[in-house]
Design a protein around this ligand. Structure first.
Ligand code: NAD
Length: 310
């Protein structure tokens, strides 16, 4: 199946990233977003993605395809074979959007939600053709990061998941099929644990936001980018491997080091502390400049990782 026409509903940070990924892979896109500033924001993301793709020689790409904003949702979806939903993270809003989609779209068109955490079974409740909905959770910047988590709900057809695996691979992505649905899927669960612990470290005055970032980027972040967690630890176990590593370090997990599931109170004081330090860290750059730095580094890493099977 060769997808030629897609729709993107919601052209914010993630929707714009999807548009870039799609048109750079030769797929025509119609976008619906009621915000009049959406085209301007999309233009900035497309500037970044064109710059990135001109440097990245990894996946063979078709010539850039055409995109257009439509005045209403129906015109965006009526000829679409693939419908990407990237509206704000609210179940009622997403369900209302799906009802509108179903009034205008082909029943064969896949509806792929970008949600970061809502269960697909909840999203597809009330759909006329629920078997064609699944979660395809991407990572920012969508035009560069390969991972997309695919999660089906109780009513999602196996064929929809298979079509999605094929489609996202054709976009140069690495789809990860999550076999059982769970809120926040895999990657964001891991990130939430690190994020929660980081907030405590800064709140308790043990580290600055810069210290936390440095602890990640000069150390385990580099290892994680190329081998992940388990393989890194297996090597750390020496010749005896993972078994030895677990015997040695497993018991530490019961020491009272971490706050585990406790979350610091999200009051003004915490927000001021974190935002103040974080702004001071890189506030001399604009967000646009930081995106370029991030993208150039990601490209260098992605190119280097071609030498390892991932
Ligand atoms: P965002 O606020 O940047 O963009 C949402 C866009 O949806 C806005 O441009 C808004 O105008 C538009 N919108 C609002 N109501 C609409 C409607 N009725 N019809 C069409 N468009 C409408 O948000 P985002 O960060 O792009 O998040 C979108 C989705 O992607 C969420 O479900 C979020 O959980 C998920 N997501 C976000 C990230 C991230 O890092 N930001 C990562 C992965 C997934």
């Amino acid at each position: 199946e060769q997808i030629k026409q897609a729709a993107v509903i919601g052209g914010g940070v993630i929707g714009a990233g999807w548009v870039a990924r799609l048109i750079e892979n030769g797929i025509q896109v119609r976008i619906y977003d009621p915000d009049p500033t959406a085209p301007h924001k999309l233009a900035a993301v497309l500037g970044n993605s064109r710059h990135a793709y001109s440097k990245l020689t990894m996946a063979p790409r078709r010539p850039e395809a055409h995109f257009e904003f439509t005045a209403d949702l129906a015109s965006a979806v009526q000829a679409a074979e693939w419908i990407v939903e990237a509206v704000p993270e609210r179940l009622d809003l997403k369900q209302a959007i799906y009802r509108e989609i179903e009034q205008a779209a082909s029943p064969r068109a896949v509806i792929a939600s970008s949600t970061s955490g809502i269960l697909p079974t909840d999203l597809q409740a009330g759909l006329q053709y629920p078997e064609r909905l699944l979660v395809a959770h991407p990572f920012n910047p969508v035009y560069l990061l390969p991972l997309v988590e695919l999660v089906g709900g109780q009513a999602t057809a196996a064929q929809t998941v298979q079509r999605a695996l094929d489609f996202y691979r054709s976009l140069g992505m690495h789809p990860l099929h999550i076999k059982k649905e769970i809120e926040a899927f895999i990657a964001d669960r891991l990130l939430e644990a690190v994020w929660r612990e980081s907030l405590w470290l800064v709140r308790d005055g043990i580290a600055s936001t810069q210290d936390v970032d440095d602890a990640i980027r000069y150390g385990f972040g580099l290892r994680w980018a190329q081998m992940g967690l388990f393989e890194t630890y297996r090597i750390a176990g020496g010749e005896a491997g993972m078994r030895h590593f677990m015997e040695q370090f497993g018991p530490c997990l019961t020491w009272p080091w971490t706050k585990l599931t406790e979350v610091p109170e999200f009051n003004d004081e915490l927000v001021d502390l974190i935002a103040g330090q974080s702004d001071a860290q890189s506030g001399h750059y604009s967000i646009r400049e930081l995106e370029r730095i991030r993208d150039n580094n990601l490209i260098a890493i992605l190119q280097a990782l071609k030498t390892y099977d991932w």
